[in-house]
Design a protein around this ligand. Structure first.
Ligand code: MRU
Length: 359
């Protein structure tokens, strides 16, 4: 994608394996700041405090975290354990670490550094291609709606599953970008996505960069818009999809799926293969991250002087809870948009696309 006219990815190694450059997403949309991760500890911190976030980008950053750790001469198992402990829900993290470990463990210590940097780069390159393919398949859904009647296709999305959440293109937003670039009329309803506002801060920023028409809405507006025929299609991302098509995604996704179901609005989930957890028969065992209460009790924004400020929203005496994800049952999902095509949200549907997983 492009920022200020320059092509960019969300993560890239420095020449000489000196570090890994990321976009510090905690500063957006106010400041576009790059940050260099110099070692394992920096990579783990960046994931934990969400300088990088979004399931595929968490996986990519973990892969580079292992590469940084190998350059530091760290122990492979200890490095993987440190990175695995950062965030629990996105399975792409465990997937990337398992892939790095499988590649590196058989090698002698002196060969692991070069192999780790090459494997992390391969994971990133593959992520870009997976997302590009998701975009192609998902744009077909938007195209079909555009043909059916005049006016823009109104797509509702939740959280940020755009290019900032991946290495490039995004998952849920890849179809929007592909459709927009192909000249299809598209408009995006952007859920603000409290408590961290990934929709209002990140999705809206991305859409501004790309010139895609969009409107930010309060999280609770989606049901009303659907009742009034103002949403043609919902597309969201996923942090972990169970083998039966149950989908974990940012908290609030389930409520949008319920509203879509009640109003006959198609509800699609876009995800790459590494987001499927084939070991989980259904979504009940997906670990749901509990984050700090102050993400709920406070909000960060920019004041008139351009300074970042955090203000309190709730009585100091009120406790708050902050489950960061929820699980949408497969029965509420119209289809899964993957790099291999669109399938029903079911075990049979997934196995048709990934026959190598039959056992
Ligand atoms: O807590 P976050 O910001 O990492 O959550 C991100 C999401 O929920 C995304 O929808 C998901 O990772 C899909 S990313 C392409």
């Amino acid at each position: 994608m492009k920022v200020d006219g320059l092509s960019t990815r969300t993560i890239a190694p420095l020449p000489g394996r000196d570090g890994v450059v990321i976009i510090d997403q905690t500063r957006l949309p106010f400041r576009y700041e790059l940050r260099t991760l110099r070692g394992l500890a920096d990579a783990a911190e960046a994931i934990a405090v969400m300088r990088v976030r979004g399931a595929p980008l968490i996986g990519a950053t973990a892969a580079y975290g292992v590469a940084l750790a190998m350059t530091e001469g760290a122990d492979l198992d200890a490095a993987c354990a440190t990175l695995a402990a950062t965030r629990p829900t996105a399975v792409n993290l465990a997937w990337a670490l398992a892939r790095m470990r499988a590649r590196l463990a058989p090698l002698p210590a002196e060969a692991r550094g070069a192999a780790a940097w090459a494997e992390a780069a391969a994971i990133c390159d593959e992520d870009v291609e997976l997302n590009r393919a998701i975009g192609r398949h998902g744009a077909g859904l938007i195209g079909a709606l555009a043909e059916a009647r005049p006016g823009p296709v109104n797509v509702l999305t939740h959280c940020n599953a755009g290019w900032l959440a991946t290495v490039d293109w995004g998952t849920a937003l890849a179809p929007v970008y592909a459709a927009f670039d192909a000249g299809l009329p598209v408009h995006v309803w952007v859920d603000e996505t409290r408590p961290r506002n990934q929709g209002a801060s990140l999705t809206a920023w991305e859409l501004v960069q790309h010139g895609v028409p969009h409107t930010v809405i309060a999280d609770n507006a989606g049901g009303h818009l659907m009742q009034h025929g103002k949403v043609d299609l919902c597309i969201v991302g996923s942090d972990r999809t169970a083998a039966n098509g149950d989908v974990a995604n940012k908290i609030g996704t389930y409520l949008k799926a319920l509203a879509a179901h009640d109003n006959g609005v198609p509800f699609y989930v876009a995800l790459p293969g590494p987001t499927i957890d084939w070991d989980l028969a259904d979504g009940r065992a997906i670990p749901i991250e509990e984050r700090r209460a102050d993400e709920v009790t406070r909000i960060t924004g920019e004041n008139a002087a351009g300074e970042l400020v955090s203000v309190r929203l709730t009585p100091a005496a009120s406790p708050a809870a902050n489950p960061a994800f929820d699980v949408t049952p497969a029965r509420l999902v119209s289809g899964l948009v993957t790099e291999r095509g669109v399938c029903p949200a079911s075990r049979a549907g997934l196995l048709d696309l990934y026959p190598e997983r039959r056992r």
